[in-house]
Design a protein around this ligand. Sequence first.
Ligand code: NAD
Length: 356
Amino acid sequence: MADYKITLLKGDGIGPEIVNQAVKVLDKAGEKFGFSVEYDEALLGGCAIDATGVPLPDETVAKCKASDSVLLGAVGGPKWDTLPGNIRPEAGLLGIRGALGLFANLRPSVIFGPLKSASPIKDEIIGGNLDIMIVRELTGGIYFGERGRKEVDGQPAAWDTEMYTVAEIERIARVAFDLAMKRNKKLTSVDKANVLESSRLWRETVIKVSKDYPEVELNHLYVDNCAMQLVRNPGQFDVIVTSNIFGDILSDEASMIAGSIGMLASASLAGEKFGLYEPIHGSAPDIAGLGIANPLATILSVAMMLRYSLDQGKAADAIEAAVAKVLETYRTPDIYEDGMTKVSCEEMGDLVCKAL
Ligand code: NAD
C-alpha cells in the first residue's frame, strides 16, 4: 500500500498539463526520499459539467475526503462562461472549499533570486529576499455574511455583513502562529480596528491567542497601512494573518510584488493536516494545449503539500531548491529573459526532476 493517497483535480485549460508535471516531480521526490504516492483522479469545473452536468459531482467530494490531500490544476474557460452562476466552473471551486471545510488559505509570496527582475518593485526596495506568507481566513466574514437589498430614503440600497465569531478568529490565528513558529517567529495581524467592531474582536482575540506563543513577535497593522507597507518595504513581513476580504486583496497585491503568476503556489487547509493545493493562476485558456504553460506554480504547490500535509519537509526543501537551480538557465515563455534557454511545460517538469 502506498504511503499517501492524493486526489488529482486536473480541471480545465492548462490544468491537466501542469498537474501532470507536478505528479512527475512528486513521484521523483518519493523515489529520492523513500515514500510512495497513489493517485485518484476526479472531475471539477468545466470538465465535470461536460461529463455530469454539474461542476462539483458528489463523487469528487467523496474521493477528496478519502485522500490525504488534494492537488488542483485550474478550472474554467470561455466554453462555460455563459452558463448560469450556480453551474459555472467557479461554483465548483467555491463548493469544494466549503465541502472540505478549508478555512485557512496560505499564499506564499516568494521571489526566486534569478527572477528578481520580474518584480515591478525596485531591487533596492525588495532588498536581499522576499518571502512573505499570507494567511487568509477563507470561510467566514463578509463573503459569507447576511446581505440584501432595501430602500433607504426612497433610494434602492444594498448591504453586506462582516461578522466573525471568536472561535473562527482563534482557529485561523493558531494556524498563523504555528506557521510563524516554523519560520521567523514574526506575525503581523491585519485589521481595521480603528473603525470596525468585527476588527476590534479580531485584534482582542489574536492578542489572547498570542499568550500561547510567547516566542512569536506579534504586531498589528490597519489594512490600509499594510497595503502601503507591502510596496514600501515588503521585507519587513514574515507571516501576515487577516480576514477573508482583506486577505483576498492583500494576497493579490503581494503576488504582484513577486512578479510572475506562473510561479505562485497556494494551500487551503482544513485543520492540522488535510489540505487542497493549487497554483494561484487560472486555466489560461489562451495557451491551453500549446505545451508552453509554466508548471512551476503547481510543482511548488506540491512542495507545500509535502511540507504542510505529508510531513516531508526535506522533500519540500529539495523541490524548491531544484526549481531555483533550474531557473538559473531554463525558462518557460512567460518568464523568459535574454540569455536563458526556452523550454516547454514538459521539459520544465523533466528539468526539475533531474535537478532533484
Ligand atoms: P489566468 O490566470 O488563467 O490567465 C491570466 C494570464 O496569465 C493569461 O495570459 C495566461 O496565459 C497567463 N498564465 C496563467 N497561468 C499561466 C501559466 N501557468 N503559465 C503561463 N502563463 C500563464 O486568468 P484569466 O485569464 O482571468 O482566467 C481564465 C479562466 O480561469 C477563467 O475561466 C477564470 O474564471 C479561471 N480561473 C480559475 C482559477 C482557479 O481555478 N483557481 C483562478 C483564476 C481564474
